[in-house]
Each structure stands twice: as structure tokens, then as C-alpha cells.
Design a binder for this molecule. Structure first.
Ligand code: FES
Length: 107
């Protein structure tokens, strides 16, 4: 396997209902993850892009959270509808999606 050019981490943490920190799972992270994987497959982009689920990334109140390396850019409040834009603009076009970036000071 070639080293990926971009590596996407989708927080997939779940917590019991009513937990004070909430979780990305209750904010639709599984749909986000599945949509990334579907897009990866559709584009046959496995040589350039890796998509991995992760545990808690930290700022749970911003979820669903998606972290992209090598830039270390964290996207917050991501929904499945945002995945195409992240794919086209950032993962392929190298232009981060500013409207989804978590605010400075949070990340
Ligand atoms: S649960 Fe996703 S960042 Fe904490």
C-alpha cells in the first residue's frame, strides 16, 4: 500500500445517552464515515486517500468531527451532505473548506 497523500479521521466515538460530553455518534458520524467510504470506493482513490474511524478527537461539542492530515485541519458539525465538498475541494483540490473549519482556539 502506498503512503496516502491525505488521511481523513472521522470521530466515531459513542457515549451513553445523557452523557454530559455528548458524542459524534449521536451527531451522525456513522453516516459521515459511510459516505466518505462510498466516495472513496466510487473514485477508486485508495492510493491517495485513506479514511479511518477514530475515537474521540477532543472538541465533542463540535461534532461530528473530521480531521484531515497532513494539514491537521479539523472540520466540525460535518454532515453527510458536506462530504462531497470536503472530497472535491480539500482531498482532491488541496483547498480546505473554510466554512466547516473549527474555530481557532478550539483547535
Ligand atoms: S466524541 Fe467526537 S470529538 Fe469527542
Amino acid at each position: 500500500m502506498a503512503k496516502p497523500v491525505k488521511h481523513v479521521f472521522v470521530c466515531s466515538q459513542s457515549r451513553p445517552a445523557g452523557h454530559p460530553r455528548g458524542s459524534c455518534a449521536e451527531k451522525g458520524c456513522n453516516e459521515v464515515l459511510q459516505t466518505f467510504w462510498q466516495e472513496l470506493q466510487k473514485r477508486n482513490a485508495y492510493e491517495r486517500i485513506a479514511v479511518t474511524y477514530s475515537g474521540c478527537l477532543g472538541p465533542c461539542d463540535q461534532g461530528a468531527n473530521v480531521l484531515v492530515y497532513p494539514e491537521g485541519i479539523l472540520y466540525g458539525h460535518v454532515t453527510r451532505e458536506d462530504v462531497m465538498e470536503i472530497f472535491d475541494s480539500h482531498l482532491v483540490g488541496d483547498v480546505p473548506v473554510e466554512r466547516l473549519r473549527v474555530a481557532d482556539g478550539i483547535w
